[in-house]
Design a protein around this ligand. Sequence first.
Ligand SMILES: Cc1cc2nc3c(=O)[nH]c(=O)nc-3n(C[C@H](O)[C@H](O)[C@H](O)COP(=O)(O)OP(=O)(O)OC[C@H]3O[C@@H](n4cnc5c(N)ncnc54)[C@H](O)[C@@H]3O)c2cc1C
Length: 453
Amino acid sequence: MKQIGQHAIVIGASMGGLLAARALSDFYAAVTVLERDTFPVSDIPRKGVPQGRHAHGLLARGRAVIEDFFPGWTDEVVACGGARGDIAGDVTWIGHGVTIKSAPSEMVGLLASRPVLEGHVRRRLMALSNVRMIEDCVVQGLIADDSRATIKGVRAKVGNEAEQTMTADLVVDASGRGSSSPAWLENFGYARPEEEKIEIGIGYTTRIYRRHPADLGGKLAAIVAGSGPNWRSGAILYQAEDRWIVSIGGYFGDHAPDDDQMYAAYAGSLPTSDIHDIVAHAEPVSDFARYRFPANLRRRYERLPRFPAGYLVFGDALCSFNPIYGQGMTVAAQEAALLRECLDAGQADLARRFFAAAATAIDTPWDIAVGNDLRHPQVEGPRSPKVRFINWYIGKLHMAARHDAKLTTAFLEVANLEAPPTKLLHPAIVLRVIGRNLGMRGNADATPAGVRA
Ligand SMILES: Cc1cc2nc3c(=O)[nH]c(=O)nc-3n(C[C@H](O)[C@H](O)[C@H](O)COP(=O)(O)OP(=O)(O)OC[C@H]3O[C@@H](n4cnc5c(N)ncnc54)[C@H](O)[C@@H]3O)c2cc1C
């Protein structure tokens, strides 16, 4: 351990907070994680993480980072019913209305329920000797030094006890998209961060079904990213040996009803029969659950001219976006890896360095998720020439990838945050996209001259 401080506090013990705490544990003598909820005795959804009832999968990049922080973690999740899945080979991807060609790849993601993924991270974190968690603990504000230049800790209330102060060298806010950091910092005279908010009015309706191994042709998941003219989205993911989780929904109130027949009819309107086949015929083993996701939201702390020392904002509290590409936990994992790198260089100027690095990491998933949302005619937001070109090009890439597994893999490497978006503009990829699209003008299934299958 390269110790740079005595005590760090993390607000929130969901995926973001747990992974931030893991990074901090290598640099602070003690790390305390404060969580408003009490932890359930088994891995079931809890109040503070309502999205935990809905389909969650962990992308390859996120799995690799968590495995690096907690060696053997993937095996532990698999031993408890999770499944490793080849992101390109075991998953059917539907975007821009078409199914892109599936083929084996080296991207290994992880499929298990959200509470199972979080529960395994939490237990591994709690096994570290310098980490402790206080549950049923609501952080109500911050404390600062007399000059208000440095955050010195938090004001918190544990259960029914009186409010108390807890001091720390560093406080990390991982309290999710409802974070109070803008208001707390404003109280100390700091400007609120600029917010980028793209309203989408998405709603997902979720149900769990009995799974049979032959379902979905043996694949482990199918994901539909809504794209015009059919803007409905959906995901069916392996949960445990005999369970599927299905989340389906749409934009601006076009949400799936919580009624057996109407839910099946909604599933039948998606551009794949995969989800409908399960919903219409498999045995449901849960009630319906609903989740509303009003807007993509990004807080630009990296643009603030002044920010106090001893404080960071992390995970969904920094940025949360349409979850259809399943990137949120992976972004939190990437931020934890970046935090570790930043801490390795000491605590000086930490906020500026961390926010700049996190902003760069967030750019790609934001552009992927929000870029697709901006194709929707009702979504309001800046459509720069770059956004319009990328959306046009990604549409063409999908058309070509129906018959070209190399294009599928390239796209999924970027969507999995394994490769930079520039990979898709490499001349070899562009030529394949052009060649396939020209070839398809004559014959949709043809392999055009100059493109090897
Ligand atoms: C419907 C849906 C589906 C998704 N699917 C995927 C997916 O497939 N893959 C993926 O990678 N991501 C997915 N995500 C995103 C993912 O859930 C989040 O990105 C991830 O949970 C990281 O969030 P977080 O820890 O920063 O915040 P949150 O998960 O919101 O957690 C915040 C925590 O802080 C606690 N808290 C809040 N205020 C206080 C306070 N004042 N004091 C103490 N504690 C407090 C809360 O109780 C909670 O535990 C999905 C999101 C949604 C909405």
